[in-house]
Design a protein around this ligand. Sequence first.
Ligand code: GLU
Length: 452
Amino acid sequence: MTETLAPLSAAVRPVFDTVVARNAHEPEFHQAVHEVLASIVPVLEEHPTFVEAGIVERLVEPERQIIFRVPWTDDNGDLHVNRGMRVQFSSVLGPYKGGLRFHPSVNLSIIKFLGFEQIFKNALTGQGIGGGKGGSDFDPHGRSDAEVMRFCQAFMDELYRHLGEHTDVPAGDIGVGAREVGYLFGQYRKITNRHESGMFTGKGVQWGGAEVRTEATGYGAVFFAEEMLGTAGRDIAGMRMGVSGSGNVAIYAIAKAHQLGAIPVTASDSTGYVVDDHGIDVDLLRQVKEVDRARISAYAAARPSARFVEGARPWEVPVDIAVPSATQNELDEDDARALIAGGVRAVSEGANMPCTPAAVSAFQKAGVLFGPGKAANAGGVATSALEMSQNAARQRWSFGDSEARLREIMQNVHAAAYSAAERYGSPGDYVVGANCAGFERVAHAMLAQGVI
Ligand code: GLU
């Protein structure tokens, strides 16, 4: 990320300067904090008690950060050492909650930006969950199942002591799917001798997992797009949708788009993208990415209506809706301009912070409906909270009931962001709305619970 961040108002600039000074070399964390601080000035003006209680100064400092060594051996008997981390950002609304990311790019800046965003995202869902995030620079790609298992066990050998259903409840993120969650949960159970279902979400549905959790982030991002478009008097049916990524979020955004009568035409990975004017075939995409764990070009090779474009991003394809679902800062200002020129009407962030600040501003200036990840991808963690409820009650809800709840939660998240944007003088700005609505909830709770 090379973009410079816009100047902040005097009310929040000192906090930001301290964040930058104290956390040098953490550009993604700076970016995430900057966006929230730029949004919440009107909330601070309306609530002087938040300023007196140092709410913002406290929020930007994680409650706890854990960094640990993860040694493991590969199938040849060679030793590897990775770095593991968990940033426990805020537990004011509930146990720390947020995923684990296993990817070679993982560093403290990335985990802190994700953990910080998670506080407000989780607050926005209206559920009792705090914010945290963790992960490792381990790369599961190309590793055997046995190697992934040994890594997960070594990772949990340390992390287990910091987790628990009332303390900190991880889930998946990039590089942590059903396989990794199984190994991580299994090791926790072995070490602690407790089958503590609610200490991890995203579990297999046969052993405590919730229906719809796998689908929830992608489904939710499309529901959010549907809500934004509906508010603007438009119907999602018949619209062409551009999706980036080919992981869990992208796959289920594509699936839901089909169900709602939209036409999802792209998917991507780090090697390039595929475009399929007949609509991406979800079963084939799942086969390529989840079963074969192959590159996206294999999709085009197996599908006559599709073509693979190497080394490029999907945003050059004209679409009505864009759902960036790969990773942070994957869509820059040039990509935004290409989408705008192609007639895009709505952007719903399936990933966390996929659009750069200049891209967000370009969309908003062009009048494109823009749903920030904090709101648009909140369906994943919201369904994790439903999983925790089911675990606590030893219940299992049906797919239909769970999806209906997810849809209602996304409608509520949309309504909360929409109305906060109006209340704080930026109608239609879902970035301001999501940040203000999430922040208000966290700040009131912090005020009530004292200086801790
Ligand atoms: N990693 C997901 C997110 O970014 C889900 C977290 C969870 O379910 O705890 O929100």
